[in-house]
Design a protein around this ligand. Sequence first.
Ligand SMILES: [Zn+2]
Length: 462
Amino acid sequence: MSFKELHYRWEWKFKSTPESLWAWVADTNHFNRDAGLPSLENRLGKGDRLANAKRRLQLTTLGTQLEYEEEPFEWIRPHRFGVVRRYLSGPLDTFRMSAELIPEDGGTRLIYQVWVKPKNILGAISTPIQIGILSRRQFETIFRHYDKLASLQRLPIEFPSQVEFAPGGRERLQTGRERLLTQGADRALVDRLIETLERGDAMALARIRPYALADYWNAPRRAVLELFLRATRAGLLNLQWDVLCPMCRGAKQKNETLSDLRMPVHCDTCNIDFYANFESSVELTFHPNPAIRSIEVSEFCVAGPQTTPHIIAQQLIAPRSARALTLPLEKGRYRLRALELNGGQLLAADANGDAAVSVKASDSGWAGNELRVALTPTLNLENATTQEQLLILERIAWSDQSTTAAEVTALQTFRDLFASEALRPGDQISVGNLTILFTDLKSSTQLYREIGDAPAFGDGSL
Ligand SMILES: [Zn+2]
């Protein structure tokens, strides 16, 4: 027996612009958590991958395990995104959703659509209740809340979810606060940090970026970073070195010390091995010390648009077919690549660039020359191969809000507080199986710049 596809279409009007609402609505990991969906389990073994970043995932709801294959999310920031899931078990056959953010009267009209094809009678009966009634009501409540936060230009980190302190955690928080103040730390910044640790959203606290918080607090970045380093020594925070994949920029290795870094690092999604670059791809992040608040990090959605915010557009294009996208770009350089093909096409966006360009992805590679495009160009993307291709348009610049290993290790406060990790003249530090000899403190940043790339590290001593 075959069941017909059910379609739901909801439309809401919000005060925030699509640009500011996008960071909330397209953060599907937060959204699914806020919607009370169960956390996910990856069903692919380590090292296993499906082409074009397809995923095999499983969740458990009402005692039933639902396993599904998820297509890559497709999006054009900040206008629309969507995804398709095909179930391997449970009462549903397929689930598709799309969200469109249309600018209107200085705000946004959001059109949210869901298509569900039930697999059995249970799916056919429960979908109109679960999605048609409950989800509709719940999604609207969540989006209205996001609209308010987006219009206030708040960060997710400030908003409490379930706050669970470790036994004695609150007392330790106060002791740490006193210790920082005794050391002469800025009272206003200390209080903001304490408030964040006390009330902050658990998911956002799992990976605190000090420069992002500094910008938000309107405080000097250096002062906030130094405060975080001191707060780590005072037992409030733990630090972590994230090694980011140069393509998807996901944290593919997390280390407590730089000497734990092991290279090369592998990214299953991008199917590449890479070497850490201290100038860009090793980022220092912080999270609460578990003796104060333990942060359980579950995943509720693994591949939504905000997982890779440097990617402006991602589109899955069938073999030997084409698609035209019109999208807003900021001035700067971009790369268009296909996940399963080598190389890519460079683009430079500025006001005087071409209004429309065509780019062909073929088995033999890409055209080569950098293309100059306007700030709202139309890109005609052609997949000339015989395979489906995931085309990715990404900003080349790394976020300037990331605190790189190169910057931190050159900082005197870091050297003073973390002497075992500090790199002093004459010191040798192990970075994986590589040994670097630091001979000149003042030019260490320069040295990092020079040795930042894998080939320059070599395999032995420098
Ligand atoms: Zn990757």
